[in-house]
Design a protein around this ligand. Structure first.
Ligand code: HEM
Length: 265
């Protein structure tokens, strides 16, 4: 619900404003609604969307393009920001563990995170997975049944809205040891708790609509943490335990106050 005074209604307002600008013909395609003129031959996502046609051979309307672009911005940026905010929150209160990740980054012996080195950060990956287990940026997915079906012995009529609670499945004590504890080693051999059930861990969803940006999000997060930890020690206030927001996207409610101390300064 876009309750007043929260970021959600501000975002909805901005989306409406983008929609109306498009609808007035000064939109994404340089003022020629219904044609691809103005899209150019760029290789960015927006240019591709402007040139794309639907099953009927028509270009997408300006409104469809602004809505898809807004969705993509949300799907890509807000989710990655959510996981990185929580990760900084955990690392800030765990200097020893932070040092483990820093040493993993330092061991690459490079000022930049090269493409070939992306797979050489296994401890980072476990940390990333654990943070998304505890605080899935998309805490719940929705689906509508298109025909009658049965789920766990329950008859589900056609056209029923179903919620898949990622946030509960990923803390279900049936599959996870001490589920509320931050413990990245649960993702390592021999524990591999995420393999206890094919859907006990699904921060990126599953099936036909599984996240298309999951590898990109991991890459982006590695770059961010790589540069952060190589250059700074991160600390949160003593006994820091913030209230957590769940809407419009999970994040520490106070924005995570941190102290950055330059390394080798
Ligand atoms: C940590 C970061 C991310 C998380 C946790 C995440 C999570 C998800 C989840 C759970 C879904 C499935 C939603 C559903 O089934 O209803 C999804 C879909 C999607 N994600 Fe992500 N996502 C992340 C990053 C990204 C990035 C970086 C991009 C783009 C560059 C992206 C683009 C999309 C798109 C376009 C879809 C819709 C796919 C479809 O409907 O076929 N996501 N994401």
């Amino acid at each position: 619900m876009p309750a007043p005074g929260r970021p959600h209604p501000r975002g909805s307002g901005a989306a409406r404003s983008a929609d109306s600008r498009g609808a007035r013909g000064r939109g994404v395609r340089g003022g020629r609604p219904g044609s691809s003129a103005g899209a150019g031959d760029g290789e960015d996502v927006l240019s591709h969307m402007c040139r794309e046609r639907n099953e009927q051979g028509e270009f997408f309307s300006d409104q469809e393009i602004t809505q898809h672009s807004t969705f993509l911005l949300f799907a890509a940026h807000d989710t990655t920001t959510s996981v990185l905010s929580h990760m900084v929150m955990y690392l800030g209160g765990r200097p020893e563990y932070q040092e483990v990740l820093r040493q993993e980054c330092m061991a690459l012996n490079s000022d930049e995170l090269e493409h070939n080195d992306l797979d050489k950060l296994p401890e980072f990956e476990r940390c990333f997975e654990e943070v998304m287990r505890l605080h899935p940026p998309v805490p719940m997915s929705m689906r509508r049944t298109i025909r009658e079906t049965e789920l766990g012995g329950h008859r589900v009529p056609a056209n029923t809205l179903l919620f898949m609670p990622t946030c509960y499945n990923q803390r279900d004590p049936q599959y996870w040891t001490n589920p509320d504890e931050f413990d990245p080693s649960r993702f390592a051999d021999p524990r591999n708790e995420h393999k206890n059930h094919s859907y006990c861990y699904h921060p990126f969803g599953g099936g036909a609509h599984k996240c298309i940006g999951m590898h990109f999000a991991l890459m982006l997060s590695k770059c961010f943490i790589f540069h952060l930890l190589r250059n700074y020690a991160v600390a949160t206030p003593p006994n820091y335990s913030p209230a957590l927001d769940w809407v419009p996207i999970p994040k520490p409610a106070d924005g995570v106050p941190i102290t950055l101390t330059a390394i080798n300064a």
